[in-house]
Design a protein around this ligand. Structure first.
Ligand SMILES: [Zn+2]
Length: 169
């Protein structure tokens, strides 16, 4: 993946090219590890955590499919807590994504769990007029109706009685 995305930087780091130093090498402090992976030296060399992978995360290209897969794995493991925490999780996993915020946003934007959590409540339509019977005060039993389905046999205090259904407004 790094050969596809950072060929110029790799050539320079392998001393195969002595042209101008690519700007990423100086800005991110890129270096090669024993397995010829590009790592960043970052700005946290004084961090108390002694994990090498945290201090020297592996550089990932922002558009590569592998990067998207790694972000997709990191995002649920930090409980869908958004872009910043996914980025932190990635750095703790030992990865540095170039333009990470944009990459993480693009990957987690279609996440259905986040959409469900961050969904806003349904808003009532504006300008809608309520019907008359919902806004005007009416007396009890002003309008009465009887269901014509007939009566029901209901047991009341041990005796059966005919009951009709009465509708009122
Ligand atoms: Zn999510």
């Amino acid at each position: 993946m790094q050969r596809e995305e950072y060929s110029e930087e790799l050539q320079h780091l392998n001393k195969m090219s002595v042209k101008n130093v690519p700007s990423r090498i100086t800005s991110l402090g890129l270096l090669l590890d024993d397995e010829s992976l590009i790592q960043t030296s970052g700005h946290i060399q004084c961090l108390d955590i002694h994990l090498y992978q945290v201090k020297h995360p592996v550089l990932l290209g922002k558009r590569h499919h592998l990067t998207k897969l790694i972000i997709s794995e990191a995002h649920p493991s930090c409980c869908h807590l958004g872009t910043n925490l996914t980025l932190i999780k990635l750095r703790l996993m030992g990865f540095w994504v170039s333009q990470g915020r944009q990459s993480v946003k693009a990957v987690i934007q279609p996440c259905p769990v986040c959409k469900k959590i961050n969904a806003l409540p349904f808003e009532a339509p504006t300008g809608l007029q309520l019907p008359v019977h919902r806004v005007n005060l009416v007396h009890h039993f002003l309008q009465v109706g009887i269901d014509f389905t007939g009566y029901y046999w209901v047991t009341v205090n041990g005796e059966e009685a005919k009951m009709h259904i009465l509708f009122t407004l």
